[in-house]
Write a protein of this length. Structure first.
Length: 506
């Protein structure tokens, strides 16, 4: 393993400042952030997805007539699908035409580290939805328990159907609105030279003939594709308001809340019959799943409770969007500004190993010695909790590099965080870990070596970020115990707040 190339502070101080890298919509299209904020749109990153997605419940619970109309249109489309399913004769061709949708990558949401290309909705989702239309969605539009109809029911009862599926489905069904929303802003606030007339597939459904129709729009144009804006008040992070985790957690409460005493008694009796004596947690979860399938009415009462707390959904989603805005828009903007003050960060050494080593080392120095650590904390002083958030932070500072920087596909041994490459002969792997990771020792011992072998490369770095003295001691003990040499490509980054000169001012 080659050592990390030297990139010392005295060298950094000698280079001239550069213009900060462009990252966000307002950067590329030369719009004041306040103007976009006043319009109500989220300032997306144009070089990588941000961890937000559309929650259809925010359409349902909104007081805005246009949002309520969009939710009704989603239900109308599901009713169409249900009616066609009941008629029978649903061929694979019809499933593909009516149920399968690509991810709308142009909205730059969803958290895809390789850029903004996700998987969309394929035949597995199509069959799962089609199979449930006859019973789970049989009363769509004429509910007896809940106040409205909700696509999210599918998440509650089907395995391998999650928030991404629901968000992709919702985004496709309201794509026409998002296109008009973006076009209206673009025509008023963006230079005509940065716009392009685009023919977009699947913007409106023709119920008479049963086909999706195309539409033409004048849209912001960047790197060979249009960019789509999304209203901030329909976005959330982490999970939809109606979600499987809450249903399982609240299962005992939901059972007790059912007003029909006879039904409640049947549910309790069935649940006890499928629950072993002295059950394990896995057995409790299995009994819950069986009971939910046996009595789908439980789902309706769960959804009713969610409906009655719709204000909480709006509040929490707004907080989550503000969190993303602070962590990935405000903080990264400041971090990139700090990095851009040193042109050596954006120079292109002759190999990916040298370039990656320089960026990691300088990234480390910005965090440790130039107050960069502050950008890894939220407004309450809480550090990042997920390694995927760290990945995104690192991904954002590769703008302008001649190297391809991608999250590696699964190679049979698991995906690597990043592969930096210049053709097939020159590639360097980067693995990020938080010191708080419970599997840190095993990762240090095995992961890089496995990835090097699987990817036929001998160039790799493992970057470990720690936030406390305890995490620092734990990490150094692991490295000492495993006798990891300085040449092993391990880079520690100190993101502690309590040992920095400016910590009291942060």
């Amino acid at each position: 393993m080659n050592t990390t190339p030297s990139f010392q502070e005295d060298h950094i101080s000698q280079v001239p400042a550069l213009r900060p890298a462009r990252i966000y919509f307002t950067d590329f299209f030369e719009v004041a952030p306040d103007v976009l904020a006043d319009y109500g749109a989220f300032n997306v990153a144009c070089i990588v997805d941000l961890p937000l997605f559309i929650d259809p419940f925010l359409l349902f619970t909104s007081s805005k007539p246009e949002y309520q109309a969009l939710h009704l249109e989603i239900i109308r489309y599901l009713q169409f699908l249900r009616d066609k399913s009941v008629e029978g004769g649903m061929t694979d061709g019809l499933l593909e035409a009516w149920f399968c949708f690509p991810e709308v990558v142009q909205n730059r949401l969803g958290f895809c580290l390789t850029g903004s290309n996700g998987h969309g909705l394929g035949m597995k989702f199509a069959r799962a939805l089609n199979e449930n239309l006859n019973h789970l969605f049989a009363d769509f539009g004429s509910e007896r328990v809940t106040k409205g109809s909700h696509l999210e029911k599918l998440v509650l009862i089907r395995e391998r159907v999650g928030r991404d599926n629901i968000s992709d489905f919702t985004t496709n069904l309201i794509k026409g609105y998002l296109l008009e929303y973006t076009q209206a802003f673009a025509k008023k606030h963006i230079n005509q030279a940065k716009l392009k007339k685009v023919k977009v597939h699947g913007t409106k459904f023709n119920y008479t003939v049963g086909v999706w129709e195309d539409g033409t729009f004048e849209l912001p144009w960047l790197a060979g594709d249009y960019v789509l804006l999304t209203p901030e008040d329909i976005l959330t992070k982490d999970n939809t308001w109606i979600n499987k985790e809450d249903l399982r957690r609240d299962f005992p409460t939901i059972r007790e809340a059912i007003p029909n005493a006879s039904l409640r008694g049947q549910i309790d009796q069935y649940f006890r019959s499928v629950l072993p004596k002295r059950p394990t947690e896995n057995e409790k979860r299995a009994a819950t799943e069986k009971t939910l399938r046996k009595f789908p009415e439980l789902i309706d009462y769960f959804i009713l409770d969610k409906e009655e707390h719709g204000d909480e959904a709006v509040r929490r989603s707004a907080e989550k969007v503000r969190e993303v805005d602070h962590r990935f828009v405000e903080n990264i903007g400041l971090l990139v500004q700090c990095i851009a003050d040193h042109s050596a960060f954006y120079t292109a050494p002759t190999t990916t190993l040298e370039e990656t080593g320089r960026k990691i080392e300088f990234f480390k120095q910005v965090i440790e010695n130039q107050d960069g650590y502050r950008y890894f904390y939220d407004k309450q002083g809480k550090p990042i909790e997920r390694e995927t958030d760290l990945h995104l932070l690192f991904k954002l500072v590769w703008e302008g590099s001649p190297s391809s920087v991608d999250a590696e596909v699964n190679n049979g041994r698991g995906p690597v965080d990043f592969k930096v490459s210049r053709g097939s002969e020159d590639k360097t792997l980067v693995e990020f870990k938080l010191a708080s990771n419970s599997q840190l020792e095993r990762n240090v011992l095995n992961q890089v070596a496995i990835y090097e072998k699987a990817n036929q490369t001998t160039q790799s770095f493992k970057v470990i970020l720690f936030f406390t003295a305890e995490e620092e001691a734990k990490t150094k003990n692991v490295l000492s115990r495993l006798k990891v040499s300085k040449e092993a490509g391990i880079v520690l980054i100190d993101a502690r707040r309590d040992n920095k000169p400016s910590a009291s001012k942060a």
